[in-house]
Ligand binder design. Structure first.
Ligand SMILES: [Zn+2]
Length: 540
């Protein structure tokens, strides 16, 4: 999820252009009461944090189906609204401690305090024994940037220890990768996949709050307990993947040589050579496996004249369920993340049903599962699309509304990838707002929600909300709210909601923008193009 905003339908109604195709030009297109109602419901304790396969999934699917049916939207998968997503549920147990064998004195790490490990292998016992550890810099192989941390390195059966993010982040050298903006190479999922391709047994990523984009407790809560993955796709997997704290890394490196800061510096320099740590990893991860099917929910408004071309809206319905209690509360309600986006999308869907006639192209409302566990629902959809990807015009994704009220900005995460930016800017201007790039591109939000799977599949995407400059209270106020959310609520039981809790003006403002943008595409004939400089560039 990410935290972004916008509101002002009052302002919009007075200064924005009259919405086309709407009977009453003064009626708000997106109803804040609708968002409030859905949000309070989906974020309530009854839904148990909406973990896939749980009772919370059953309740969520039933709720979405009932609401979409009531809106008169068509089932998106033949006669039904559900797309089954076959997955493996992994209930992982990791060693409580890890003893690192080093020359001199051994090192003892404690689970949670120093590391989080797991295995994504669909097998019950995953053991790493006497695996030589090696510091492999960022663990990146990026030919287009002339970068290869694995150059001349044989890591078969070994444990690679790597830094999070990419060299551009640390140096802020804009000629190095994308400077401060995180590339896909900076992501944990890339690093594990690359280490597995290289034949490593294990990969441990060194957590650093700024570079990762979130504090350690997010690692702890996200990588403990139950995990999900799609059925085996034949790609190589590590025996063990994990994270270690910066402090654990310091202690580890100190067993060989104490100058950790120096090592990090070296790793950011082209031509860096991996450093053997002269230590060995011995540990295990046990998996209890359960195969089950989760579900995406899909509804459509069939196009009037070109029904075989598609605009796909997405919002993930899932969150992380029940976890360790914080202040006596163990339900991770995921109100902002992403009951809010789900509710906003329901409100957008409702706005489409109020059009006097459906738009030319088909509009698809796709509520995906298992985003939190690895963007699996959207991944599965893109691998098994109900509607041909070649006929899919664009994807508009919502993951978290702006919960602080109307905004002056529309902040686009991943600005500079496609013409979707221009369309968004046109709509933003009509609302009296300006467009800006994500001010924290180092956090890699572009790779952290479902639009990413569409982008990888060649479909231009938009992932945008307001919320960095409150319409009347300004930037500092907005930043304070954001920082507070990330520090105290993000992926915590305190991400919860009761009716009326948040000013929903921002969600209305963004909802209108996303509705109009999608409607424009749905009534047009255009195919937004990729920018040449995008790593996802494709001819369309
Ligand atoms: Zn989310």
């Amino acid at each position: 999820m990410r935290f972004l905003p916008c509101f002002l339908f009052l302002l919009l109604a007075s200064c924005g252009p009259a919405p086309e195709n709407v009977t009453d030009a003064n009626a708000p297109l997106i109803d804040s009461a609708t968002i409030d109602r859905h949000l309070a419901e989906l974020a309530s304790d009854r839904y148990g944090g909406r973990l896939p396969f749980s009772e919370g999934e059953t309740l969520t699917l039933d709720y979405l189906e009932t609401e979409l049916q009531a809106l008169g939207l068509s089932p998106g998968n033949g006669k039904g609204y559900r797309q089954e997503v076959p997955m493996i549920e992994i209930i992982g147990t990791s060693a409580e401690t890890i003893e690192i064998k080093a020359k001199g004195k051994n090192l003892l790490w404690k689970l949670g305090a120093d590391y989080m490990t797991y295995s994504d292998k669909a097998q019950e016992e995953n053991i790493v024994t006497q695996s030589d550890m090696i510091f492999a810099g960022f663990g990146i192989v990026a030919p287009e940037y002339g970068w290869n941390d694995y150059e001349g390195l044989d890591v078969k059966g070994k444990t690679v220890v790597v830094m999070v993010n990419d060299p551009g982040y640390y140096t802020e050298d804009t000629t190095l990768f994308k400077g401060k903006e995180m590339t896909y190479y900076g992501r944990w999922d890339y690093k594990y996949a690359e280490a597995a391709r290289q034949g490593a047994a294990a990969c441990l990523i060194i957590h650093e709050k700024g570079a990762a984009g979130y504090p350690w407790f997010v690692v702890e809560s996200s990588w403990s307990g139950t995990r999900l993955t799609l059925e085996e796709d034949g790609s190589p997997k590590l025996d063990l993947a994990g994270w270690i704290t910066l402090d654990a890394a310091r202690k580890l490196f100190a067993t060989t040589r104490p100058d950790v800061t120096g090592w990090f510096g070296l790793a950011t320099k082209p031509g860096f050579t991996a450093i053997p740590l002269n230590t060995q990893l011995n540990t295990w991860a046990k998996n209890e496996l359960r195969r089950d099917k989760s579900n995406n929910i899909i509804a459509t408004l069939p196009g009037a004249t070109r029904p075989e071309e598609y605009i796909v809206y997405t919002a993930h319905w899932d969150h992380i369920g029940v976890g360790p209690a914080v202040n006596g509360d163990s339900i991770y309600n995921g109100a902002l993340d992403n009951a809010s986006g789900t509710s906003q999308l329901l409100a957008i869907a409702e706005a489409y049903t109020k059009l006097p006639e459906p738009p030319a192209r088909t509009v698809v409302f796709l509520f995906v599962t298992a985003e939190e566990q690895g963007l699996w629902g959207s991944d599965y959809y893109v691998r098994n699309p109900i509607f041909p990807l070649a006929k899919t015009v664009a994807n508009i994704n919502i993951d978290g509304i702006n919960p602080i009220g109307p905004a002056k900005d529309l902040t686009i995460t991943g600005l500079g990838h496609s013409e979707m930016d221009d369309l968004a800017e046109t709509e933003a201007k009509a609302q009296g707002r300006y467009v800006q790039a994500d001010p924290e591109p180092e956090k890699g939000y572009f790779y952290r929600s479902d639009h990413f799977n569409f982008a990888k599949a060649g479909i231009p995407v938009l992932y945008a909300t307001g919320g960095y400059e409150h319409a009347t209270l300004g930037r500092d106020y907005a930043k304070g709210k954001q920082d507070e959310f990330v520090a105290t609520r993000y992926h915590q039981p305190s991400d919860q909601y009761a009716p009326g809790d948040w000013p929903l003006g921002g969600a209305v403002q963004d909802g209108e923008l996303l509705f109009k943008l999608g409607l424009g595409l749905a009534n047009g004939e255009g195919w937004p193009k990729w920018d040449r400089g995008s790593e996802f560039y494709r001819e369309r």
